[in-house]
Design a protein around this ligand. Structure first.
Ligand SMILES: Cc1cc2nc3c(=O)[nH]c(=O)nc-3n(C[C@H](O)[C@H](O)[C@H](O)COP(=O)(O)O)c2cc1C
Length: 212
């Protein structure tokens, strides 16, 4: 416990002000993402996805951001996985980025929708063969007897599809359309900068500062 209590660092690298930020949160996210890329962070597109099931039980896991455009944030997964079932029951979800080396956090909330089949097909075809076969082999989130079971399934799908597996119908993308996006920059003495974008009913973004 003592060790955990003593673990802390001071945040000194940057600052964020209402005047610095872009008018649109996607533009602001793109700026920070470019900086994360330039800083050569490991897996800068890894983000925590939080979902809530029909009983109100939240769960969280990491997925990779694979698309960013004016509509929002896209990731790909198995539609019948635990997260997929959660999102069927409740499309409200949250994304979280923590770019440790930049002392930054981005929190995103909104509603997800499935992307078009054409968009899922295009991304699926861009994946390495092993990943494409894995999407068939893995009934993601289901219990399996052992590892051999998975390897046998993969071999069977390899046999069936060869080098050209089509996209499984249960696999594809989700687009999270944001309604709230918060940018957090660590500052000294725990007086961190928190700038939040809130989507107004007329579609405009209101920018506010939050107490750290
Ligand atoms: C760095 C990293 C990246 C991941 N990317 C994805 C991804 O893009 N899509 C995905 O379905 N799972 C991804 N996973 C696995 C998920 O964290 C999770 O184990 C899986 O999706 C099953 O989650 P669920 O049972 O809650 O549906 C990733 C895991 C890590 C650690």
């Amino acid at each position: 416990m003592t060790q955990l209590a003593d673990l802390r660092r001071s945040y000194v690298l940057g600052s964020l002000t209402e005047n610095d930020v872009a008018a649109d949160p996607i533009d602001q996210f793109q700026r920070w993402f470019d900086e994360a890329l330039n800083a050569k962070l490991p897996e800068p597109n890894a983000m925590t996805l939080a979902t809530v099931n029909a009983d109100g039980q939240p769960s969280a896991r990491i997925v990779l951001l694979k698309g960013l455009d004016a509509r929002g944030f896209t990731f790909f997964t198995n539609y019948q996985s635990r997260k997929g079932l959660d999102l069927d029951a409740n499309p409200l979800a949250a994304l979280l980025f923590h770019w440790v080396q930049l002392e930054r956090q981005v929190r995103i909330e909104g509603r997800v929708q499935k992307v078009s089949d054409a968009e899922s097909d295009a991304y699926f075809l861009s994946r390495p063969l092993g990943s494409r076969l894995g999407a068939w082999a893995s009934e993601q989130s289901a219990e399996v007897p052992d590892r051999a079971f998975l390897e046998q399934r993969e071999a069977a799908f390899r046999e069936r599809f060869g080098d050209d597996p089509p996209r499984p119908p249960h696999w594809g993308g989700y687009l999270l359309v944001p309604t709230r996006v918060e940018f957090w920059q660590g500052r000294p003495s725990r007086l961190h900068d928190r700038i939040v974008y809130l989507r107004e009913p007329n579609g405009a973004w209101r920018i506010a500062r939050l107490s750290p």
